[in-house]
Design a protein around this ligand. Structure first.
Ligand SMILES: [Zn+2]
Length: 234
C-alpha cells in the first residue's frame, strides 16, 4: 500500500528517471468499481496509529502500456487528483517508491497494482469533496473520464446521468436535444428549448426529435443484444 505523503519524498536516481521516460506515453484509463461494496474506508496504519483513507487502486499494465485507476465508491475529486499526482511521480522516476503487488491474469497478462492511501486528517480539508464516478459508457462524452456526483441536487453514485456525444442543436442554438441515460437504464431523449418557434422551426425541431428517438431506440436494442450476449460469457 502506498502512503501518498511519503511517496512524494522519494528521490529517484538518474537511471530511474531516465527509465521513467517510458511511462510518459502510457494511457490512463478508469475502471468502473465492479464490487458494489468497495467504498473508501479508513484504516489505522503506521507506528503512531494515524488514520489513513483507502481511496482506490492504481494498476500498471506493461504489456498494454497502460495505467488503470480503480476508484473506490465515495472517492472524491481531490482523491482522483492525488492518484494523477502519483502517476506524475512515477513518470518522474518514482516507480521504485511503490510497494507494488504483482498479479497475473489470463486475460490481461501480468500487471502491478497498489492501493493508494491518503491521510484522513488531510482529506478532511478537501475543498472539492463531491464524489466522482468513473464513466464506462462508451457513447458518453465523459467516457474514460469521471462524472461529478451532484450531491446538492440529491444525486448519488447510482443515478449518474450519462450524456451521449450525439447532440443536435437548432439554428442559433434555439434547442438542444441530447441522448442521456442513467446508470443501467435505457437511453432517453432530453430536449431543452426556451424560444417561441415559427411553424417551420417547429417542423425542423420535430424532425430532429424523431432522429434522436430512432438513435435512442437503436442504442437500446443494441444494449439488449449486449446483455443477452453477455449472459453466456458471465
Ligand atoms: Zn458517462
Amino acid at each position: 500500500m502506498t502512503l501518498l505523503t511519503r511517496f512524494d519524498k522519494y528521490v529517484p536516481s538518474a537511471s530511474e528517471a531516465a527509465y521513467a521516460q517510458d511511462f510518459r506515453d502510457w494511457d490512463i484509463v478508469h475502471h468502473k468499481a465492479k464490487i458494489a461494496g468497495v467504498y473508501v474506508e479508513m484504516e489505522e496504519v503506521g507506528e503512531w496509529g494515524e488514520t489513513w483513507v483507502k481511496i482506490g487502486q492504481l494498476k500498471a499494465y506493461p504489456d498494454k502500456r497502460r495505467f488503470a485507476i480503480h476508484l473506490r465508491r465515495g472517492a472524491n475529486w481531490e482523491d482522483l487528483r492525488h492518484i494523477y499526482g502519483a502517476i506524475d511521480l512515477i513518470r518522474a522516476g518514482s516507480w521504485g517508491a511503490i510497494p507494488w503487488d504483482t498479479n497475473t491474469s489470463q486475460r490481461d497478462g501480468t500487471y502491478y497494482y497498489t492501493t493508494l492511501l491518503r491521510p484522513s486528517s488531510n482529506r478532511a480539508r478537501d475543498r472539492r469533496d463531491e464524489p466522482v464516478y468513473p464513466c464506462a459508457e462508451k457513447r458518453c462524452a465523459e467516457y474514460q473520464s469521471v462524472h461529478l456526483v451532484a450531491r446538492d441536487l440529491g444525486q448519488t453514485e447510482d443515478d449518474i446521468e450519462h450524456h451521449s456525444m450525439d447532440q443536435l442543436r437548432g439554428p442559433d442554438d434555439r434547442w438542444l436535444i441530447s441522448l442521456t441515460r442513467r446508470e443501467d437504464g435505457p437511453w432517453e431523449v432530453s430536449v431543452e428549448t426556451s424560444d417561441i418557434l415559427t411553424p417551420s422551426l417547429v417542423a425542423s425541431l420535430v424532425n430532429d426529435l424523431q432522429w434522436m428517438r430512432r438513435e435512442a431506440e437503436t442504442l437500446n436494442a443494441e444494449g439488449r443484444a449486449d446483455t443477452v450476449h453477455g449472459r453466456g460469457n458471465a
